[in-house]
Design a protein around this ligand. Sequence first.
Ligand SMILES: Cc1cc2nc3c(=O)[nH]c(=O)nc-3n(C[C@H](O)[C@H](O)[C@H](O)COP(=O)(O)O)c2cc1C
Length: 172
Amino acid sequence: MSVLIIVESQFGNTRHAADAVAEGLHDALGGGAAVEVVDAADAGPQIPAEVRLLLVGGPTHAFSMTRERTREGAHEQGATAHEPSESGIREWIESVQARPDVPVYTFDTRVKVPGLPGSAAKSALKALQHRGFQHVERGETFWVEDTAGPLKHDEIDRAKAWGAELAGHVSG
Ligand SMILES: Cc1cc2nc3c(=O)[nH]c(=O)nc-3n(C[C@H](O)[C@H](O)[C@H](O)COP(=O)(O)O)c2cc1C
């Protein structure tokens, strides 16, 4: 039994959140469960058969998931984690072979600006449903202080707590 977390992070904040979610899941599930965090740029199109829960998360860019041109924008603002041409979660979702049986939760990071619409988690949910996943829910948004981060105070604790909560959704 395992949990797979596919994550994209240009400045590192969504990755920190994903690692904390994984820690919460791991602590709650105990030693018998494998919880793996894989960068979208390195993830293949096949979801391993043993995966019982899938999480997909990335930063919100231009009200949605990143695109190559918004990743170029991140680079211009100092992001070093990836080359803009490397796949993000949008490209991974477009390539993945759907597993309609596996529950999926999406998550994202955003800056907290009143009235600013759009969320990578919402866009990812729609794209995953379009791809053929049948049990997709929108999970958490983790807030960053600014474009480059850091995550706001308490977001790591909230990410761990969400991971622990999600452990209840993993079937043997
Ligand atoms: C080109 C670009 C567009 C962005 N657009 C939005 C946006 O529409 N809404 C938002 O809340 N944050 C926006 N942001 C801020 C990102 O959400 C923030 O950089 C991200 O959460 C940091 O996560 P990361 O460290 O994992 O890349 C944008 C950032 C960049 C670089």
